[in-house]
Design a protein around this ligand. Structure first.
Ligand SMILES: [Cu+2]
Length: 158
């Protein structure tokens, strides 16, 4: 009599433990899956490719990395503030193709002045520039705070 009731009690405890473990496992596997899936999906609205350009302080050198890249019309460039900021992206009005200024005016968010992107002060901040409808040719650009230190680059749109 005593033995059977003890066994029964043990079985209930084991069942309760098993049940609790299951729900714990479910919640711990569900939580990391959700944020992992979110940043992966970031395709350009126009269907173009997305390129990354880092803005870095490498030793004592401020630079865009890569400093030169070739893209296609409709592509997007994400400028990343990796280190040494604040940085920005400014295009030279006289060193971009004809008609490009009008396109960039619409595709550069929060311009401080025409063709002059905002200062990225936030570590790992991203400034996104779309080249949808951009005329083919060379686009020369620089970082306003580090222009004198040689921080500039060139995008070739094909
Ligand atoms: Cu800079």
């Amino acid at each position: 009599m005593r033995v059977t009731s003890m066994v029964a009690g043990l079985a209930i405890v084991l069942a309760a433990c098993g049940g609790e473990k299951k729900t714990e496992n479910q919640s711990t596997t569900a939580t990391p899956e959700q944020p992992a899936a979110a940043p992966a999906a970031a395709p350009a609205a126009g269907g173009g490719a997305t390129h990354d350009v880092s803005m870095v302080l490498d030793g004592s050198t401020y630079k865009f990395d890569p400093a030169e890249l070739t893209i296609k019309v409709g592509d997007v460039i994400n400028f990343h503030n990796k280190s040494g900021g604040p940085h920005n992206v400014s295009f030279w009005a006289d060193s971009i193709p004809k008609g490009a200024a009008d396109v960039l005016k619409g595709s550069m968010p929060d311009q401080m002045a025409p063709l002059e992107g905002p200062l990225l002060t936030e570590q790992d901040g991203i400034y996104k520039v779309s080249f949808a409808g951009a005329p083919a040719g060379d686009y020369k650009f620089y970082c306003l705070p580090h222009f004198a230190l040689g921080m500039h680059g060139k995008i070739t749109v094909q």
